[in-house]
Design a protein around this ligand. Structure first.
Ligand SMILES: CC(=O)SCCNC(=O)CCNC(=O)[C@H](O)C(C)(C)COP(=O)(O)OP(=O)(O)OC[C@H]1O[C@@H](n2cnc3c(N)ncnc32)[C@H](O)[C@@H]1OP(=O)(O)O
Ligand SMILES: O=C([O-])CC(=O)C(=O)O
Length: 375
Protein backbone atom coordinates (compact mmCIF):
# COMPACT_ATOMS: atom_id res chain seq x y z
CA UNK A 1 0.00 0.00 0.00
CA UNK A 2 2.69 2.46 1.02
CA UNK A 3 4.36 2.66 -2.44
CA UNK A 4 1.16 2.73 -4.44
CA UNK A 5 1.16 5.51 -7.05
CA UNK A 6 -1.88 7.73 -6.54
CA UNK A 7 -3.45 7.84 -9.99
CA UNK A 8 -6.10 10.20 -11.30
CA UNK A 9 -9.12 7.86 -11.34
CA UNK A 10 -11.74 8.95 -8.86
CA UNK A 11 -10.01 12.37 -8.86
CA UNK A 12 -7.48 10.80 -6.52
CA UNK A 13 -4.55 13.02 -5.65
CA UNK A 14 -6.04 16.08 -7.38
CA UNK A 15 -6.92 19.18 -5.46
CA UNK A 16 -10.55 20.12 -6.03
CA UNK A 17 -10.60 23.27 -3.92
CA UNK A 18 -9.35 24.59 -0.61
CA UNK A 19 -10.50 24.24 2.97
CA UNK A 20 -9.53 25.60 6.37
CA UNK A 21 -11.49 22.87 8.16
CA UNK A 22 -9.40 19.76 8.12
CA UNK A 23 -6.19 18.01 7.14
CA UNK A 24 -6.26 14.30 6.32
CA UNK A 25 -3.16 12.15 6.09
CA UNK A 26 -0.63 14.96 6.06
CA UNK A 27 2.75 13.15 6.09
CA UNK A 28 1.20 9.67 5.90
CA UNK A 29 -1.12 9.75 8.89
CA UNK A 30 -2.84 12.28 11.09
CA UNK A 31 -6.10 14.16 11.17
CA UNK A 32 -6.73 17.68 12.37
CA UNK A 33 -9.86 19.85 12.62
CA UNK A 34 -8.92 23.54 12.24
CA UNK A 35 -5.43 22.58 13.43
CA UNK A 36 -6.49 20.58 16.50
CA UNK A 37 -5.23 17.00 16.57
CA UNK A 38 -7.96 14.36 16.52
CA UNK A 39 -6.42 12.45 19.44
CA UNK A 40 -6.53 15.54 21.63
CA UNK A 41 -10.10 16.36 20.61
CA UNK A 42 -11.21 12.78 21.29
CA UNK A 43 -9.53 12.85 24.71
CA UNK A 44 -10.54 16.30 25.87
CA UNK A 45 -13.45 17.75 23.94
CA UNK A 46 -17.18 17.40 23.97
CA UNK A 47 -18.74 16.76 20.55
CA UNK A 48 -20.73 19.99 20.94
CA UNK A 49 -17.43 21.90 21.28
CA UNK A 50 -16.20 20.26 18.08
CA UNK A 51 -19.46 21.13 16.33
CA UNK A 52 -18.96 24.73 17.46
CA UNK A 53 -15.36 24.63 16.24
CA UNK A 54 -16.42 23.46 12.79
CA UNK A 55 -19.59 25.50 12.37
CA UNK A 56 -18.73 28.74 14.20
CA UNK A 57 -14.99 28.78 13.46
CA UNK A 58 -13.53 28.46 16.97
CA UNK A 59 -13.66 26.44 20.16
CA UNK A 60 -16.31 28.00 22.42
CA UNK A 61 -15.56 29.45 25.84
CA UNK A 62 -17.70 28.07 28.69
CA UNK A 63 -20.50 30.63 28.26
CA UNK A 64 -20.62 30.05 24.49
CA UNK A 65 -20.68 26.29 24.97
CA UNK A 66 -23.48 26.49 27.52
CA UNK A 67 -25.49 28.70 25.18
CA UNK A 68 -24.85 26.38 22.25
CA UNK A 69 -25.89 23.26 24.19
CA UNK A 70 -29.05 25.05 25.34
CA UNK A 71 -29.80 26.09 21.77
CA UNK A 72 -29.36 22.56 20.42
CA UNK A 73 -31.53 21.11 23.19
CA UNK A 74 -34.29 23.53 22.21
CA UNK A 75 -34.21 22.34 18.58
CA UNK A 76 -34.87 18.62 19.16
CA UNK A 77 -38.62 18.67 18.61
CA UNK A 78 -40.05 17.58 15.24
CA UNK A 79 -42.94 19.27 13.41
CA UNK A 80 -46.12 17.16 13.21
CA UNK A 81 -45.97 17.01 9.40
CA UNK A 82 -42.48 15.46 9.60
CA UNK A 83 -43.61 12.91 12.19
CA UNK A 84 -46.54 12.01 9.92
CA UNK A 85 -44.15 11.36 7.04
CA UNK A 86 -41.82 9.28 9.24
CA UNK A 87 -44.79 7.19 10.36
CA UNK A 88 -45.46 6.23 6.71
CA UNK A 89 -42.01 4.70 6.23
CA UNK A 90 -42.04 0.93 6.72
CA UNK A 91 -39.98 -0.85 9.38
CA UNK A 92 -37.93 -2.66 6.73
CA UNK A 93 -36.83 0.57 5.04
CA UNK A 94 -33.12 1.29 5.17
CA UNK A 95 -32.56 3.83 7.98
CA UNK A 96 -30.31 5.87 5.70
CA UNK A 97 -33.29 6.31 3.39
CA UNK A 98 -35.22 7.51 6.43
CA UNK A 99 -32.47 10.05 7.17
CA UNK A 100 -32.51 11.21 3.56
CA UNK A 101 -36.29 11.64 3.58
CA UNK A 102 -36.21 13.28 7.02
CA UNK A 103 -33.64 15.89 5.97
CA UNK A 104 -35.53 16.55 2.75
CA UNK A 105 -38.92 16.86 4.46
CA UNK A 106 -37.47 19.26 7.01
CA UNK A 107 -36.35 21.35 4.03
CA UNK A 108 -39.97 21.55 2.88
CA UNK A 109 -41.19 22.66 6.27
CA UNK A 110 -38.32 24.93 7.33
CA UNK A 111 -36.86 26.01 4.00
CA UNK A 112 -33.62 27.96 4.03
CA UNK A 113 -34.86 31.17 2.39
CA UNK A 114 -31.53 33.00 2.49
CA UNK A 115 -27.91 32.16 3.21
CA UNK A 116 -28.16 34.46 6.25
CA UNK A 117 -30.02 31.58 7.88
CA UNK A 118 -27.29 28.99 7.27
CA UNK A 119 -26.07 28.87 10.87
CA UNK A 120 -29.55 28.34 12.31
CA UNK A 121 -30.47 25.81 9.62
CA UNK A 122 -27.31 23.81 10.37
CA UNK A 123 -27.90 23.84 14.11
CA UNK A 124 -31.46 22.71 13.53
CA UNK A 125 -30.29 19.78 11.37
CA UNK A 126 -27.67 18.82 13.96
CA UNK A 127 -30.28 18.82 16.72
CA UNK A 128 -33.09 17.19 14.71
CA UNK A 129 -31.35 14.32 12.90
CA UNK A 130 -31.08 12.04 15.99
CA UNK A 131 -34.74 12.76 16.71
CA UNK A 132 -35.70 11.90 13.11
CA UNK A 133 -34.04 8.50 13.08
CA UNK A 134 -35.15 7.53 16.60
CA UNK A 135 -38.74 8.72 16.10
CA UNK A 136 -39.04 6.55 12.99
CA UNK A 137 -37.23 3.60 14.57
CA UNK A 138 -39.32 3.52 17.75
CA UNK A 139 -42.59 4.05 15.87
CA UNK A 140 -41.94 1.44 13.17
CA UNK A 141 -40.31 -1.16 15.45
CA UNK A 142 -41.99 -0.67 18.85
CA UNK A 143 -45.22 1.06 17.85
CA UNK A 144 -44.59 4.04 20.15
CA UNK A 145 -44.69 7.76 19.42
CA UNK A 146 -41.75 9.09 21.42
CA UNK A 147 -41.26 12.60 22.73
CA UNK A 148 -38.01 13.65 21.07
CA UNK A 149 -37.35 16.55 23.44
CA UNK A 150 -35.00 15.15 26.09
CA UNK A 151 -32.95 17.14 28.57
CA UNK A 152 -29.69 15.30 27.82
CA UNK A 153 -26.70 17.61 27.58
CA UNK A 154 -25.04 15.76 24.72
CA UNK A 155 -26.10 14.75 21.22
CA UNK A 156 -24.82 11.21 21.84
CA UNK A 157 -26.64 10.85 25.15
CA UNK A 158 -29.80 12.21 23.55
CA UNK A 159 -29.59 9.64 20.74
CA UNK A 160 -29.16 6.69 23.12
CA UNK A 161 -31.90 8.01 25.40
CA UNK A 162 -34.40 8.19 22.53
CA UNK A 163 -33.37 4.79 21.22
CA UNK A 164 -33.74 3.00 24.55
CA UNK A 165 -36.27 5.13 26.41
CA UNK A 166 -33.78 5.57 29.28
CA UNK A 167 -30.74 7.82 29.82
CA UNK A 168 -27.39 6.40 28.73
CA UNK A 169 -24.75 5.19 31.17
CA UNK A 170 -21.70 7.40 31.63
CA UNK A 171 -19.54 4.96 29.67
CA UNK A 172 -21.92 4.79 26.72
CA UNK A 173 -22.39 8.57 26.62
CA UNK A 174 -18.59 8.93 26.67
CA UNK A 175 -18.09 6.49 23.80
CA UNK A 176 -20.80 8.18 21.75
CA UNK A 177 -19.09 11.50 22.38
CA UNK A 178 -15.77 10.15 21.09
CA UNK A 179 -17.43 8.46 18.13
CA UNK A 180 -19.24 11.62 17.05
CA UNK A 181 -15.98 13.58 17.29
CA UNK A 182 -14.13 11.01 15.16
CA UNK A 183 -16.79 11.05 12.45
CA UNK A 184 -17.41 14.83 12.37
CA UNK A 185 -15.20 15.95 9.52
CA UNK A 186 -12.88 14.52 6.88
CA UNK A 187 -11.98 17.02 4.16
CA UNK A 188 -13.15 16.21 0.61
CA UNK A 189 -14.55 12.71 1.21
CA UNK A 190 -17.31 11.58 -1.16
CA UNK A 191 -20.30 12.77 0.87
CA UNK A 192 -18.75 16.14 1.72
CA UNK A 193 -17.77 16.64 -1.89
CA UNK A 194 -21.38 15.86 -2.83
CA UNK A 195 -22.52 18.58 -0.45
CA UNK A 196 -20.02 21.05 -1.91
CA UNK A 197 -21.01 20.27 -5.51
CA UNK A 198 -24.63 20.89 -4.57
CA UNK A 199 -23.70 24.08 -2.68
CA UNK A 200 -21.75 25.32 -5.69
CA UNK A 201 -25.00 25.70 -7.65
CA UNK A 202 -26.16 28.04 -4.83
CA UNK A 203 -28.71 25.45 -3.72
CA UNK A 204 -30.18 25.32 -0.21
CA UNK A 205 -28.66 23.60 2.84
CA UNK A 206 -31.24 20.82 3.04
CA UNK A 207 -30.53 19.81 -0.56
CA UNK A 208 -26.78 19.73 0.15
CA UNK A 209 -27.26 17.56 3.26
CA UNK A 210 -29.84 15.29 1.62
CA UNK A 211 -27.45 14.60 -1.26
CA UNK A 212 -24.58 14.00 1.15
CA UNK A 213 -26.65 11.43 3.07
CA UNK A 214 -27.18 9.56 -0.20
CA UNK A 215 -23.43 9.45 -0.81
CA UNK A 216 -22.61 8.38 2.73
CA UNK A 217 -25.08 5.47 2.46
CA UNK A 218 -22.85 3.41 0.14
CA UNK A 219 -20.73 0.56 1.54
CA UNK A 220 -17.51 2.03 0.15
CA UNK A 221 -18.09 5.06 2.41
CA UNK A 222 -20.17 5.30 5.62
CA UNK A 223 -22.08 2.10 4.99
CA UNK A 224 -18.89 0.15 5.68
CA UNK A 225 -19.47 0.09 9.45
CA UNK A 226 -22.71 -1.87 8.96
CA UNK A 227 -21.11 -4.11 6.34
CA UNK A 228 -18.18 -4.84 8.69
CA UNK A 229 -20.61 -5.82 11.44
CA UNK A 230 -22.56 -8.09 9.09
CA UNK A 231 -19.27 -9.84 8.31
CA UNK A 232 -17.70 -10.26 11.76
CA UNK A 233 -20.88 -11.38 13.51
CA UNK A 234 -20.79 -14.57 11.44
CA UNK A 235 -17.66 -15.83 13.14
CA UNK A 236 -17.52 -17.65 16.47
CA UNK A 237 -13.77 -17.55 17.02
CA UNK A 238 -10.64 -15.72 15.92
CA UNK A 239 -9.41 -18.87 14.12
CA UNK A 240 -12.64 -19.11 12.15
CA UNK A 241 -12.35 -15.40 11.28
CA UNK A 242 -8.80 -15.93 10.01
CA UNK A 243 -9.84 -18.87 7.80
CA UNK A 244 -12.77 -16.93 6.38
CA UNK A 245 -10.78 -13.76 5.73
CA UNK A 246 -8.09 -15.74 3.91
CA UNK A 247 -10.83 -17.26 1.75
CA UNK A 248 -12.30 -13.84 1.02
CA UNK A 249 -8.90 -12.47 0.05
CA UNK A 250 -8.34 -15.50 -2.19
CA UNK A 251 -11.65 -14.73 -3.92
CA UNK A 252 -10.62 -11.07 -4.14
CA UNK A 253 -13.59 -9.92 -2.05
CA UNK A 254 -13.49 -6.42 -0.56
CA UNK A 255 -13.14 -6.52 3.21
CA UNK A 256 -15.33 -3.78 4.62
CA UNK A 257 -13.78 -1.44 7.17
CA UNK A 258 -10.30 -1.72 5.63
CA UNK A 259 -8.27 0.54 3.38
CA UNK A 260 -8.62 4.20 2.64
CA UNK A 261 -8.50 6.56 -0.32
CA UNK A 262 -6.06 8.97 1.34
CA UNK A 263 -4.33 7.37 4.34
CA UNK A 264 -1.52 5.09 3.28
CA UNK A 265 -0.39 3.46 6.56
CA UNK A 266 -3.11 3.91 9.15
CA UNK A 267 -6.30 5.76 9.91
CA UNK A 268 -5.65 7.72 13.13
CA UNK A 269 -9.28 7.28 14.20
CA UNK A 270 -8.86 3.51 14.40
CA UNK A 271 -6.61 3.32 17.46
CA UNK A 272 -8.98 5.63 19.32
CA UNK A 273 -12.22 3.77 18.67
CA UNK A 274 -10.43 0.42 19.04
CA UNK A 275 -9.44 1.33 22.58
CA UNK A 276 -13.05 2.12 23.43
CA UNK A 277 -14.27 -1.05 21.75
CA UNK A 278 -11.91 -3.03 23.98
CA UNK A 279 -13.25 -1.30 27.07
CA UNK A 280 -16.83 -1.98 26.01
CA UNK A 281 -15.93 -5.63 25.33
CA UNK A 282 -14.71 -5.92 28.92
CA UNK A 283 -17.82 -4.12 30.12
CA UNK A 284 -20.16 -6.65 28.46
CA UNK A 285 -17.88 -9.67 29.06
CA UNK A 286 -17.33 -10.32 25.35
CA UNK A 287 -14.90 -13.09 24.45
CA UNK A 288 -15.75 -13.47 20.75
CA UNK A 289 -16.39 -10.31 18.77
CA UNK A 290 -13.42 -8.29 19.97
CA UNK A 291 -10.90 -11.15 19.50
CA UNK A 292 -12.45 -11.80 16.07
CA UNK A 293 -12.02 -8.12 15.16
CA UNK A 294 -8.43 -8.04 16.37
CA UNK A 295 -7.57 -11.16 14.38
CA UNK A 296 -9.12 -9.73 11.21
CA UNK A 297 -7.03 -6.60 11.71
CA UNK A 298 -3.84 -8.68 12.13
CA UNK A 299 -4.52 -10.92 9.13
CA UNK A 300 -5.36 -8.01 6.84
CA UNK A 301 -2.12 -6.26 7.75
CA UNK A 302 -0.04 -9.46 7.47
CA UNK A 303 -1.52 -10.51 4.13
CA UNK A 304 -2.26 -7.22 2.37
CA UNK A 305 -0.78 -4.37 4.40
CA UNK A 306 -4.34 -3.08 4.63
CA UNK A 307 -5.31 -1.31 7.86
CA UNK A 308 -8.59 -0.71 9.65
CA UNK A 309 -10.28 2.55 8.77
CA UNK A 310 -12.58 4.48 11.14
CA UNK A 311 -15.45 2.11 10.46
CA UNK A 312 -14.04 -1.27 11.47
CA UNK A 313 -13.88 -1.04 15.27
CA UNK A 314 -16.91 1.22 15.29
CA UNK A 315 -18.87 -1.91 14.35
CA UNK A 316 -17.99 -3.82 17.54
CA UNK A 317 -18.12 -0.68 19.71
CA UNK A 318 -21.67 0.15 18.62
CA UNK A 319 -22.67 -3.50 18.89
CA UNK A 320 -21.43 -3.73 22.48
CA UNK A 321 -23.60 -0.72 23.30
CA UNK A 322 -26.62 -2.62 21.98
CA UNK A 323 -27.15 -0.33 18.99
CA UNK A 324 -28.92 -2.14 16.13
CA UNK A 325 -26.57 -2.58 13.16
CA UNK A 326 -28.83 -0.77 10.76
CA UNK A 327 -28.55 2.42 12.82
CA UNK A 328 -24.75 2.55 12.58
CA UNK A 329 -24.54 4.72 9.46
CA UNK A 330 -27.31 7.10 10.61
CA UNK A 331 -25.15 7.87 13.67
CA UNK A 332 -22.39 8.81 11.24
CA UNK A 333 -24.87 11.25 9.65
CA UNK A 334 -25.70 12.79 13.06
CA UNK A 335 -22.01 13.65 13.38
CA UNK A 336 -20.88 14.39 9.81
CA UNK A 337 -23.68 16.91 9.32
CA UNK A 338 -21.35 19.34 11.13
CA UNK A 339 -18.60 18.83 8.56
CA UNK A 340 -21.02 18.95 5.63
CA UNK A 341 -22.58 22.22 6.74
CA UNK A 342 -19.21 23.80 7.51
CA UNK A 343 -18.05 22.88 4.00
CA UNK A 344 -21.21 24.38 2.52
CA UNK A 345 -20.41 27.64 4.35
CA UNK A 346 -16.90 27.58 2.87
CA UNK A 347 -18.13 26.81 -0.61
CA UNK A 348 -20.64 29.65 -0.47
CA UNK A 349 -18.04 32.07 0.79
CA UNK A 350 -15.78 31.60 -2.19
CA UNK A 351 -17.96 29.99 -4.80
CA UNK A 352 -17.49 28.97 -8.36
CA UNK A 353 -19.80 26.29 -9.75
CA UNK A 354 -18.02 22.90 -9.64
CA UNK A 355 -18.04 21.64 -13.17
CA UNK A 356 -15.07 19.52 -14.22
CA UNK A 357 -14.44 18.21 -17.72
CA UNK A 358 -14.54 14.64 -18.98
CA UNK A 359 -12.28 12.70 -21.35
CA UNK A 360 -14.61 11.69 -24.15
CA UNK A 361 -14.46 7.99 -25.07
CA UNK A 362 -17.48 7.71 -27.41
CA UNK A 363 -17.60 7.56 -31.22
CA UNK A 364 -16.18 10.47 -33.23
CA UNK A 365 -19.24 10.80 -35.47
CA UNK A 366 -22.50 8.83 -35.53
CA UNK A 367 -24.59 8.68 -38.71
CA UNK A 368 -28.32 9.33 -38.13
CA UNK A 369 -30.44 6.26 -39.08
CA UNK A 370 -34.24 6.67 -39.41
CA UNK A 371 -36.06 4.56 -36.81
CA UNK A 372 -37.59 2.16 -39.32
CA UNK A 373 -34.14 1.32 -40.69
CA UNK A 374 -32.48 0.62 -37.35
CA UNK A 375 -31.54 -3.01 -36.61
C1 LIG B 1 -15.41 6.49 6.81
C2 LIG B 1 -15.06 5.95 5.49
O1 LIG B 1 -15.73 6.21 4.53
S1 LIG B 1 -13.66 5.02 5.43
C3 LIG B 1 -13.89 3.97 4.01
C4 LIG B 1 -14.95 2.94 4.29
N1 LIG B 1 -15.02 1.98 3.18
C5 LIG B 1 -14.64 0.69 3.35
O2 LIG B 1 -14.20 0.25 4.39
C6 LIG B 1 -14.84 -0.17 2.13
C7 LIG B 1 -13.62 -1.07 1.89
N2 LIG B 1 -12.52 -0.29 1.37
C8 LIG B 1 -12.46 0.08 0.06
O3 LIG B 1 -13.31 -0.29 -0.76
C9 LIG B 1 -11.31 0.97 -0.38
O4 LIG B 1 -10.19 0.78 0.44
C10 LIG B 1 -11.72 2.46 -0.37
C11 LIG B 1 -13.01 2.69 -1.16
C12 LIG B 1 -11.90 2.98 1.05
C13 LIG B 1 -10.59 3.26 -1.00
O5 LIG B 1 -10.53 2.89 -2.35
P1 LIG B 1 -9.25 3.17 -3.23
O6 LIG B 1 -8.72 4.53 -2.96
O7 LIG B 1 -9.60 2.85 -4.63
O8 LIG B 1 -8.25 2.10 -2.64
P2 LIG B 1 -6.75 1.84 -3.04
O9 LIG B 1 -6.44 2.50 -4.36
O10 LIG B 1 -5.90 2.21 -1.91
O11 LIG B 1 -6.71 0.25 -3.24
C14 LIG B 1 -5.48 -0.39 -3.42
C15 LIG B 1 -5.67 -1.86 -3.66
O12 LIG B 1 -6.09 -2.46 -2.44
C16 LIG B 1 -7.31 -3.14 -2.63
N3 LIG B 1 -8.16 -2.86 -1.50
C17 LIG B 1 -8.41 -1.65 -0.97
N4 LIG B 1 -9.24 -1.78 0.06
C18 LIG B 1 -9.51 -3.09 0.17
C19 LIG B 1 -10.32 -3.84 1.02
N5 LIG B 1 -11.02 -3.23 1.97
N6 LIG B 1 -10.38 -5.17 0.88
C20 LIG B 1 -9.67 -5.78 -0.08
N7 LIG B 1 -8.89 -5.12 -0.94
C21 LIG B 1 -8.82 -3.79 -0.81
C22 LIG B 1 -7.92 -2.52 -3.88
O13 LIG B 1 -8.80 -3.43 -4.53
C23 LIG B 1 -6.72 -2.19 -4.70
O14 LIG B 1 -6.28 -3.36 -5.34
P3 LIG B 1 -5.88 -3.32 -6.88
O15 LIG B 1 -4.79 -2.31 -6.95
O16 LIG B 1 -5.48 -4.72 -7.16
O17 LIG B 1 -7.12 -2.88 -7.59
O1 LIG C 1 -12.10 10.52 3.61
C1 LIG C 1 -12.68 9.58 3.05
O2 LIG C 1 -12.54 9.29 1.84
C2 LIG C 1 -13.60 8.71 3.80
C3 LIG C 1 -13.52 8.89 5.28
O3 LIG C 1 -12.67 8.33 5.94
C4 LIG C 1 -14.47 9.78 5.91
O4 LIG C 1 -15.26 10.43 5.20
O5 LIG C 1 -14.46 9.88 7.15
Amino acid sequence: MADKPIGGAGLRGQSAGSTALCTVGKSGAGLTYRGYDIQELADKARFEEVAHLLLKGKLPNQAELDAYVTKLKGLRGLPQALKTVLEQIPADAHPMDVMRTGASMLGNLETEESFDQQQDVSDRLLAALPSIICYWYRFSHDGVRIDTETDDDSVGGHFLHLLRGAPASELHARVMNVSLILYAEHEFNASTFTARVCASTLSDMHSCVTGAIGSLRGPLHGGANEAAMAMIENWQSADEAEREILGMLERKDKIMGFGHAIYRESDPRNAIIKKWSKQLAEDVGDSVLYPVSERVEAVMWREKKLFCNADFFHASAYHFMGIPTKLFTPIFVCSRVTGWCAHVFEQRENNRIIRPSADYTGPEHSEWVPIEERP
